[in-house]
Design a protein around this ligand. Structure first.
Ligand SMILES: C[S@@+](CC[C@H](N)C(=O)[O-])C[C@H]1O[C@@H](n2cnc3c(N)ncnc32)[C@H](O)[C@@H]1O
Length: 275
């Protein structure tokens, strides 16, 4: 006799409690994903035999070994929307929603205009897509050096039917991009190369995490590129300990009108430059 849904969930909870603070919730997510049913269905059928139990066990084992749940379900939520995600791209983080808020706050008065936004390092495409949805007249250029990430971005752009408004470029920074840009936005890799990352981060692409010897090198490059272009705004996410170095670099580049914003934990998390 196979296991019932209730029994399988109990077993999974024990395995997941090693890696998760919410093992019951994660067991339910993996079960609904395996069976392609709702949470309500699971509870109404908890005494039924768990069909596809082997598949469920494989998912639970992967999660139990530390793999992020988003790479197992291929789903991630960002800015209250669902996106496709896979190992080729960084899993969007909740704090990156603040970067979107900062851009929107600063372009409010231009919302009706046909702005051109460039995103450097689009990964799964979430920033470009949410900005395009919130600014219906804007056009977006999204670049990335990773072909795997661009493939994921492409499928998300298709999901939201934004193919006409978001143009993907496989390039470094804005190399080969000749459009007139109004806003540059980026959540680039900003962790120093020798930082010892936690196990779940090991599943994510290295080129999405490490930003150089000190970690702020890519941010410096983005600031320099922005300075050379005729844009009105630059908004970037950064590491919590990079405020001083970024502030010095902006001043060195004669960019004076800038501020830093904090994340929900009260840590410095990004900056906005009005040019
Ligand atoms: C921290 S991830 C951010 C992904 C996504 N924008 C997000 O916020 O979830 C940084 C992304 O920048 C890309 N990247 C790294 N160096 C780059 C460069 N020189 N030019 C363009 N993209 C780059 C990486 O491949 C990765 O997809």
């Amino acid at each position: 006799m196979g296991k019932t849904i209730k029994e399988a969930l109990n077993e999974a909870r024990k395995v997941l409690s090693v890696v998760s603070d919410i093992p019951q919730k994660e067991a339910i997510i993996l079960a609904t994903h395996t069976l392609n049913v709702s949470e309500t269905y699971l509870f109404l059928h908890e005494d039924d035999i768990f069909e596809k139990h082997e598949k469920f066990t494989t998912f639970v084992k992967r999660r139990g070994e530390g793999e992020p749940i988003e790479y197992i379900t291929n789903k991630v939520s960002f800015y209250s929307r669902e996106f496709f995600i896979d190992k080729g791209a960084l899993i969007p983080r909740p704090e990156t929603e603040l970067l979107i808020d900062e851009v929107i706050k600063n372009v409010k008065e231009f919302q009706a205009e046909e702005l051109c936004i460039a995103e450097i390092g689009t990964g799964s495409g979430i920033i470009s897509i949410v900005l395009a949805l919130l600014l219906p007249k804007a056009k977006v250029i999204a670049t990335d050096i990773s072909k795997a990430a661009l493939k994921i971005a492409k499928s998300n752009i298709k999901k939201y039917a934004l193919e006409d408004r978001i143009k993907l470029y496989h390039t470094s920074y804005l190399d080969g991009v000749h459009e007139d840009i109004d806003i540059i936005v980026s959540n680039p890799p900003y962790v120093s190369n020798d930082f010892k990352i936690d196990k779940p981060l090991e599943y994510e692409p290295k080129e999405a995490i490490f930003g150089g010897k000190k970690g702020d090198e890519i941010l410096f490059d983005i600031i320099s590129i922005t300075k050379d272009k005729n844009v009105m705004l630059l908004a970037c996410e950064m590491g919590y300990d990079q405020r001083d170095s970024i502030s010095s670099y902006l001043t060195y580049k004669s960019l004076k009108d800038f501020y830093f914003y904090k994340d929900l934990a009260g840590l410095d998390r990004g900056f906005v430059v009005k040019i």
